[in-house]
Write a protein that binds this ligand. Structure first.
Ligand code: KIV
Length: 291
């Protein structure tokens, strides 16, 4: 291929540093930990990418942390596309994974492929995530066949919250642990490039990570996973409605934001904001003519 032809096709613009499913595979092979955080808008996506995080998950947790619902059930395809599109504009080198919302893939293989396609085509996601094990393997296979990378999600899968009867640790007993391991092997065989393990005992998550050739991304699943994911509002102390045991607050942005909002209110009310440097001027002689 001639250099000029490459340039014509825009290939010279493709950055080498972009994280892809290959990054995930290579990290697992080399034993390097993967990092993932959620984001739901352009500004946050830019900050997450600038921090060097490998992947951004546009989680359906947006239903709770952005839209104020009690759970993720009510999130729609339109919500996911809208937020994924915003994230994609700011994500830079981070791999953008969009969650498939409740009932966008459970209903049929056809629905799953069409909706995964919409997240990629309209939302500009580079991969999708869906919840479940063996029961969604036909969906995973079909989406992967359509050239859309799939991240699976096992353990505490929030879309099944009513079936579980609450937010509970999964895979504690022998039968449940064996089932989880089998589900993990099944989703790997179906073609998933990674799997999120949520609220799983550390020892079981470690065993699953050792048995799989695809990376496991843990949330409440201990340090034995191949990577970690957190909801950014949780790890920045911005979402106080519900704080799971597995959350660590890495920076108290929530407190800083409240301080900033209160300082703004105080300065507006006492008249010190806006000051001269925040204000536009005009020729006073023009103004006089208006009186
Ligand atoms: O929706 C989400 O943010 C998630 C993570 C908690 C893994 O699925």
């Amino acid at each position: 291929m001639m250099k000029s032809q490459n340039k014509k096709r825009g290939w010279h613009k493709v950055k080498i540093m972009k994280n892809t499913v290959v990054t995930f595979r290579q990290a697992k092979e080399k034993g390097e930990k993967l990092t993932m955080l959620t984001a739901y808008d352009y500004t946050t996506a830019k900050l997450v990418n600038e921090a060097g995080i490998h992947s951004i998950l546009v989680g359906d947790s947006l239903g709770m942390v952005c839209l104020g619902y009690e759970d993720t059930i009510s999130v729609t395809m339109e919500d996911m596309i809208h937020h994924t599109r915003a994230v994609s504009r700011g994500a830079g080198d981070a791999l953008v994974i969009a969650d498939m919302p409740f009932m966008s893939y459970q209903t049929s293989v056809y629905d799953a492929v069409v909706n995964a396609g919409r997240l990629m085509k309209e939302g500009h996601a580079q991969a999708v995530k869906l919840e479940g094990g063996k029961e969604v393997c036909p969906q995973i296979e079909a989406i992967v066949k359509a050239s859309i990378p799939v991240c699976a999600h096992l353990g505490l899968t929030p879309q099944s919250i009513h079936a579980f009867g609450g937010f509970k640790v999964q895979g504690k007993g022998e039968e449940a642990a064996r089932k989880l391991l089998e589900e993990a092997k099944a989703i790997e065989a179906a073609g998933a490039f990674a799997v999120v393990l949520e609220c799983v005992p550390e020892a079981l998550a470690k065993l699953i990570s050792e048995k799989l050739s695809i990376p496991t991304i843990g949330i409440g699943a201990g340090a034995g996973c191949d990577g970690q994911v957190l909801v950014y509002q949780d790890m920045l102390g911005m979402y106080a409605d519900f704080t799971p045991k597995f959350v660590k607050v890495f920076a108290n942005a929530g407190e800083e934001m409240k301080k900033g909002f209160a300082a703004y209110k105080k300065e507006v009310q006492e008249g010190s904001f806006p000051a001269a440097e925040h204000t536009f001027r005009m020729d006073e002689s023009i103004l006089e003519k208006l009186y």
